[in-house]
Design a protein around this ligand. Sequence first.
Ligand SMILES: Nc1ncnc2c1ncn2[C@@H]1O[C@H](COP(=O)(O)OP(=O)(O)OP(=O)(O)O)[C@@H](O)[C@H]1O
Ligand SMILES: [Mg+2]
Length: 391
Amino acid sequence: MRKNGRNVLIIDDEKVILDLTSIILKNRGYNVYTAADGVAGLGIVETVQPELVLLDYMMPGMDGLTALREIRKCFPDTYVIMFTGKGSEEIAVELMKAGASDYILKPFNNQDLADRIENVLKIRDVELANRELLRERERLLAEIETWNRELEARVQEKTEALQKAQAEIVQSEKLATLGYLSAGMAHEIRNPLNSITLFLQLIKSGIEDSEKLEYIDKIFKEIDRIDGILRKLLAASKRPKFEIRNVQIDQVIEATLEVFRPQTELHKILVERDYHRVPPAIQADPSEIEQIFTNLFLNAIHEMLNGGTLRIQLDHDGRDIVIRVADTGKGIPPEHLANIFDPFFTTKSIGTGLGLSVVLRIVKTYQGKIEVEKSNSQGTTFCVRLPMQTG
Ligand SMILES: Nc1ncnc2c1ncn2[C@@H]1O[C@H](COP(=O)(O)OP(=O)(O)OP(=O)(O)O)[C@@H](O)[C@H]1O
Ligand SMILES: [Mg+2]
């Protein structure tokens, strides 16, 4: 006897049919199970999960249609062929709708029975394989979707990094251009300005009229203003004489805050210090480091003329000193963010727009970084990183 390993369950209340069908199928190598009613049959389906059930339509107790529905609902991999009596073709249609794969009219012919079983099992094989393929396809699609999302996130990350690097290059170029032009220009303007001051002093010494003296003082003031702008321009574009010493950042911050005390008190600005780890001294020009804080504090105070909080955080990670200067001002509009470090960019009527350019030039001199870490209607935070080892 050739085994084909397929499990077939026959459910029929007629013992003759059970015995006969069993013999036919066993002879063809099937593992055959039998049950005399629907309930017993369902029990076997549950434990054996046969590939195929031959199910009688007319049975006492649970009828064939109910059993068929139950099997198809709970065990979709178990296919069912129905036995029906002659003259019940309409019922057959209903059975097929309920999920039967085929129906066989009783009494049946042995060869026909075997052929139909084989046929249904073949269809089952194809359908199951198909379902497996569909499942695999779904799984692969989901996997591709996940890869896509990961890829998109990585592209986005890289794009942002690239944009940041590009912005830094543009920024450096702007500084370089400024340096080239303004160093020369400032120098050229300062010479005649010195002469003007000198001649004005000569004129002033010979004048007694108080009104004219007042005008001359006004001219001096304006000259001072021009000179101030030129000095800032030079500071933003090139490094003036410098003096490298041990600089303790926290002490520089404290000294600068002390200078601003009258202003912070006047404008009711609360100063908060959050010194997480005080870094060791670095090698730097103290006046340059002070200039960083002077300009950042000036901007912050300007945003909080009606009070607020100036918060200074200090920390280091062993590599960089990290300083955050935060105000509770009205923030920088997003469309200005790309320009605030540009020379001459200002939104203030009396600003020169050089404050942050100077800061940027100094921070770059020490191979550091500066960025606006946060800016919204609650305020602005600048973050400065300075390497602990300058080289
Ligand atoms: N803390 C801040 N809050 C809101 N806006 C700021 C802040 N700091 C800078 N800005 C914006 O950036 C611009 C440029 O600042 P920057 O310090 O370079 O020049 P300025 O303050 O306008 O003039 P200067 O510093 O030369 O007197 C400012 O005009 C302002 O619009
Ligand atoms: Mg400023």
